[in-house]
Design a protein around this ligand. Structure first.
Ligand code: PLP
Ligand code: 3DJ
Length: 408
């Protein structure tokens, strides 16, 4: 690929106008939108207004002017991106906390159906919080256990004792993507529920929870959805489970009548029961503004552009002699690409010094997010050239690039 060819792809790109809707740093090529998405220009105005007017002037009255309904309203904006109905998604808390709520709820429900169903099955090497939270969740339910196995052993780990299969749809390190319909069926055939972590999928690849017959899902607001650092997360519960599952973190915002101020807890109908305490209104405002950019975006175009960006960067990484650990087949991966190299950390630091921001994942992975709304083909071509130069010249060997940061 030449720069001219990359520019020609940009000229024909239906998503090209999206790039200018985001703040683009001078001399920066940002390949970390799968960790913290870029700032939409509109969010500066929207959050300013939220602070100045809704908080500053309207104060407590704003709860009746849109705030109280924000978790459901913003959830409904996420629904089309993940193949859910508007009333199957709500925004609340963090991905970690939502995982806890759903795992405990699924365990309790499974044990009611059949006391032998007490095991949560998940994958070794899953994003750590998923495993840490699962560990905490099984400790909170009498008799429950966590079974963590390698990907190749997952099918055999499902059985008559399985309550829940907990999988991350797109792997945070390698970008490997599970076949959602196939694994949902495998879990359900074994009599278990499935919970999908969509943190690296929502806004990255087409997701269709309902077509797959999925039971539960969670996901992150600050990556491809551009909700900002620490943005609230979302959770999905298929309609058929909504009356049968109960939030273990039963707080007043999930009560059927929060302003009835009763002593006893009565769960709200539908998705509202998954709320716990007062939602982060500023976080919801920023997420709502990020999601507005997805309105009218054709996911087929996003998928096609992701594949084109991937091909350009894959060619560069391979030319630089890096080992690609992401599957070649587009349906078997998400929208990031990862390479393995003994000096992965140093190469990432050398790229950052040149204005190309990717990230390092311990112990030897270079990871690059290819976000189709914010990047051009020419951006990826330029980043690829810098990667080749840095590796071929040995520039990454400069001592300053070996200094470890706390956050990688
Ligand atoms: C798969 C996955 N799940 C969850 C999280 C994060 O959860 P939280 O936002 O609660 O820190 C991440 C990234 O941070 C992730 O990659
Ligand atoms: N949530 C993060 C944070 O608070 C600091 C730094 C990075 C993150 C991330 O999102 C990491 C990300 N989930 C990953 O896939 O590695």
């Amino acid at each position: 690929m030449t720069l001219e060819e990359a520019l020609a792809l940009d000229a024909a790109d239906p998503l090209a106008p999206c790039r200018d809707r985001f703040v683009q740093g001078e001399g920066l090529i940002y390949l970390d939108g799968n960790s913290l998405g870029q700032l939409p220009r509109a969010t500066i105005e929207a959050t300013g207004e939220l602070v100045r007017v809704a908080w500053g002037e309207q104060l407590i009255r704003s709860w009746n002017e849109g705030w109280i309904d924000a978790p459901a309203r913003v959830g409904a904006m996420i629904a089309p991106l993940i193949g859910a109905e508007a009333d199957e998604v709500i925004v609340a808390d963090s991905t970690s906390v939502n995982l806890y709520k759903l795992i405990v709820a699924a365990l309790r429900q499974a044990q009611q159906r059949d006391p032998a169903r007490k095991v949560v099955v998940s994958e070794a090497g899953n994003f750590p919080t998923d495993l840490h939270i699962a560990e905490g969740a099984v400790a909170a339910v009498a008799g429950a256990e966590l079974r963590v196995v390698e990907r190749g052993a997952l099918a055999d780990a499902l059985g008559a004792d399985t309550a829940l299969l907990l999988l991350t749809h797109v792997h945070y390190k390698t970008a490997e993507r599970f076949d959602m319909a196939g694994w949902t069926k495998a879990a359900q055939d074994a009599g278990a529920l499935v919970c999908w972590d969509l943190s690296h999928s929502a806004g990255a690849v087409g997701v269709d929870l309902n077509a797959a017959g999925a039971d539960l899902a969670v996901g992150c607001g600050y990556k491809y959805l551009n909700g900002g650092p620490g943005a609230p997360a979302f959770l999905y519960v298929a309609k058929r489970w909504q009356d049968l599952l109960h939030n273990p973190l039963s707080g007043w915002m999930g009560h059927a009548e929060p302003f009835g101020f009763a002593d006893g807890y009565a769960a709200a109908a539908g998705m509202k029961r998954w709320l716990t305490g007062t939602p982060s209104v500023l976080g919801l405002g920023a997420l709502e503004s990020g999601l507005a950019l997805w309105d009218g975006i054709d996911m087929a175009q996003v998928t096609a552009k992701s594949a084109a960006l991937w091909d350009i960067f894959h060619a560069a990484g391979t030319a630089a002699g890096l080992e690609c650990v992401t599957p070649q087949d587009p349906v078997k991966r998400g929208s990031h690409i990862s390479f393995r190299h003994a000096h992965a950390y140093e190469i990432v630091q050398a790229l950052i010094a040149r204005g190309v921001i990717g990230d390092f994942r311990d112990p030897d992975i270079l990871r690059f997010g290819l976000t189709p709304l914010t990047l051009s083909h020419a951006d990826i071509w330029s980043a690829g050239q810098m990667l080749i130069e840095i590796v071929e010249s040995g520039e990454y060997r400069r001592p300053e690039f070996a200094v470890r940061n706390a956050v990688t």
